[in-house]
Design a protein around this ligand. Sequence first.
Ligand code: NAD
Length: 486
Amino acid sequence: MTLSILHHYIAGEFVDSSKRFDNINPVNGQRICQVAEADKKQVNQAVMAAKEALRGPWGSMSVQQRAALLHKVADGIEARFDEFVAAEMRDTGKSLQQASSIDIPRGAANFRVFADMVKTAGSECFHTDTPDGKGALNYSLPKPLGVVAVIAPWNLPLLLLTWKLAPALAAGNCIVAKPSEETPSSATLLAEVMHEAGIPPGVFNLIHGFGPNSAGEYLTSHAHIDAITFTGESRTGSAIMRAAAEHVKPLSFELGGKNAAIIFDDADFDAAVEGTARSAFTNGGQVCLCTERVYVHSSLFERFVAALKQKAEAMKIGWPTDADTDMGPLISFEHRNKVLSYYKLAAEEGATFVTGGSVPEFGDERDQGAWVQPTLITGLSEDARCVKEEIFGPIAHISSFDTEEQAVALANNSKYGLAAAIWTQDISRGHRVARQMEAGMIWVNTWYLRDLRTPFGGVKMSGIGREGGQHSLNFYAEPSNICIKL
Ligand code: NAD
């Protein structure tokens, strides 16, 4: 069988490379297609095409025209919705339910939201007194940064790629994007959509490849990149920071997490169980916002653990295409090895396994895939590695607390600070605890309820800067102040 090849998109053309790598389906370990791997020369061509495009029609387009083109991209995603859903499911093994209700609709929505935002954005203006009494007028003008390098992860491929692309394009930048090597398909489809929508050549360039000594590193260390926006592991963030340091450029980082959930004794019990199960196991625990540490008031502990166990065991782990599947496989064998190494470590550290801890058996081709069981553990100390380190799989550690102060201290005892969830029916407590959380995003009585205008990002090792609404546009545009003496 001849496998199809996913190409780069450089200067408005789809191009191959002499080197290629395999794209593997984690459901059964089979090869889906081959992917071109960009070398240094191709990365340079993409960067130079983007630089050139800044001087072309894109640079002189009105905001209205740019916004109209971005709406066409959103239309294009929606017109090929089923292809995008299928591509995302093939690359990641995520469920049909998730790909069709979250990933792909959000991919289109990202373009619409930021296209509309730039159309209505205002700017600052100050009347300034001067000694001659005539005054001066100051106003600020947002200008694109130039060529933006976009590096995306594999967990929500189209959603997170477009979360960066849409505001960066809306602000007038040109792009060189690199999707994760694990998930090249939906990004390639997006390049086709951009092409069909009439985005001028060079404005959006897509290169495929890996991180170190490959396309990712060539891109982030390129002298002609004006800014880097990256979502991925904290460790990769620090490698990118080092690569970017020589040429000094703005960085936007959305990094890892070890998110806590706190369940108080006055919580709506069923809602807290339901929400915590969702926050631990959505996308196989492979969402940066997922809960990996659960702190439950001691009066509820046993009951809560039992109820969460029941939820975990009731989840349907199965074919992504089945409408009732809750959880698919992990993204890859490499990632499964990492997650299973933490399951093993948890046992070595003395954890009690409430449920899971192993690999499901299907008796069919899925036994060659990258599956793991949803897992709940208890009994570890706060300094156990499984409680400290991001695992990024369907596993959570549950422990108890007695006082509110203790719960806050436990939740904040992490080098990460991305998200937190608080479950209480006492709204004053909800506010009080939320403001003490050392995290960028705090949910009270819910989880992953998103409004695209709100600040999104983390503190500590979970990131630098904020995305979302005006926060994204502030990163992707640099205001220049114009002062006119009257
Ligand atoms: P990763 O850091 O391994 O890879 C992310 C991207 O960076 C990929 O495209 C990869 O090829 C590239 N890359 C790797 N090394 C590089 C290098 N040296 N130079 C340039 N590029 C390089 O992350 P991942 O495994 O794809 O994603 C999972 C991680 O992402 C988790 O830690 C998760 O918490 C985090 N994440 C964070 C957010 C957030 O919003 N904070 C969202 C999603 C995922």
